[in-house]
Design a binder for this molecule. Structure first.
Ligand code: GMT
Length: 376
């Protein structure tokens, strides 16, 4: 099929999922066109046959805010017409579903019927989308998509609670290329640069926004390192990084916590991690936790949002109530203090990711594209 993918080209989970999906579809012989304002960070043009169309914004001094939706919908129309696209799959409702609706109307005037699949990712519903500033337009865009998917049952339920949705929302879990993370144990040389052989490595990866509660990550680690020789890797950039660094200093952890910034080598970092910490206020899914599990890394997380659908309590890691750093630390120590227990959790974590494998999820999206294209 000929598919257009619209997403945020950043390190965020929605952009990562959209990029991995596009690359996998291209590998299966579909013609995939990315329409974004920058090349997505994980997009690998060399080994995948893909097209990238950049949305350029014309700066004009009259505008306090440049009208990105207009530029995006115009670009969608141009690309759909030029390449005869059959489906537009937009990731993150704001403003992509809205711009897709406009593109669809413009194309209809020219006798072209493009199908729009909207995938809801989380913050487009929970944090931003339901805000009164955007709610009306988000609700409208969801109801006017041909197919709407959500990345967890929890996000589906939350969307139905927060909006008046007339469409059935299909749950399609986020997925992972399990093979990419199969190198666990092959990275000993890099591991030794960060931790001594007797030390455990704990990792946190996020965009360091308030919802990630990065200070809780430091607090959990503070308790863990009292009992278990360990190091903490903090991967990512964002507004709360400074607060986390200050707390690290205050707790005397400067030599044990490394802030490494954004990375495109997540799979390699996770290969030598023993535990992943995700104490978020909410996560519609928690893609970073799934990536960790694929690299045999058990997860200590909160029990909020869609996390219980990904991280299985007592099996792939543990779930705690929001803000209960003592419980999270206690659970982490239970796993880390015993080699046998750690190995069991590592294997369980890896096994559980089969449920979210690319081979299982990709055909679901292909079926969605086919069925909505066939429908009138
Ligand atoms: O977590 C973020 O702040 C980024 C956001 C995004 O749009 O990339 O992540 C959301 O989508 C991811 C991919 O579906 C999910 O794994 C994350 O759980 C979700 N974030 C939240 O719900 C906070």
């Amino acid at each position: 099929m000929k598919i257009g993918i619209v997403c945020y080209p950043t390190f965020g989970g929605s952009g990562v999922v959209a990029t991995e999906l596009g690359m996998a579809l291209a590998d299966k012989g579909h013609e995939v066109h990315f329409i974004t304002y920058n090349q997505p960070v994980r997009l690998d043009f060399i080994s995948h046959k893909l097209h990238f169309h950049q949305v350029l914004i014309e700066e004009y001094p009259l505008f306090q805010y440049q009208p990105y939706e207009l530029a995006l919908s115009s670009k969608m129309v141009e690309v759909v017409k030029k390449y005869n696209l059959e489906v537009l799959h937009v990731h993150y409702a704001i403003p992509h579903a809205y711009a897709a609706f406009m593109a669809k109307q413009m194309l209809l005037e020219k006798g072209i019927h493009i199908r729009v699949v909207t995938t809801l990712h989380g913050t487009d519903i929970t944090l931003v989308g339901s805000h009164p500033t955007y709610k009306t337009a988000v609700e409208f865009s969801i109801n006017n998509s041909d197919v709407v998917t959500a990345v967890s049952n929890n996000l589906k339920d939350t969307t139905n609670q927060l909006f008046n949705i007339r469409k059935n929302i299909e749950v399609v879990y986020n997925f992972i290329d399990v093979d990419k993370y199969s190198k666990a144990g092959e990275e000993e040389c890099k591991r030794i640069a960060l931790a001594k052989p007797n030390e455990r490595i704990l990792t946190h990866i996020s965009n360091f926004r308030p919802v990630k509660r990065v200070e809780d990550v430091i607090k959990v680690f503070f308790e863990v390192q009292k009992e278990i020789p360990s190091k903490l890797l903090m991967i990512g950039e964002g507004p709360e990084r400074m607060k986390a660094e200050i707390l690290t200093k205050e707790l005397g952890l400067k030599n044990k916590v490394f802030f490494l910034g954004n990375s495109t080598e997540i799979d390699q970092i996770l290969c030598y991690s023993d535990m992943f910490l995700l104490p978020s206020k909410t996560e519609s899914f928690g893609l970073a936790a799934l990536e960790a599990m694929a690299a045999k890394t058990p997860v200590i997380s909160t029990n909020t949002g869609g996390l219980p659908e990904v991280n299985i309590h007592g099996e792939t890691g543990f779930l705690s109530s929001l803000g209960d750093v003592n419980d999270m630390a206690k659970n982490a120590i239970t796993i880390l203090k015993d080699d046998k227990v750690l190995t069991k959790f590592k294997n369980n974590a890896k096994d559980h990711t089969k449920k979210f494998s690319l081979e299982n999820i990709l055909p679901v999206y292909e079926e969605i594209y086919k069925s909505c294209y066939k429908s009138k």
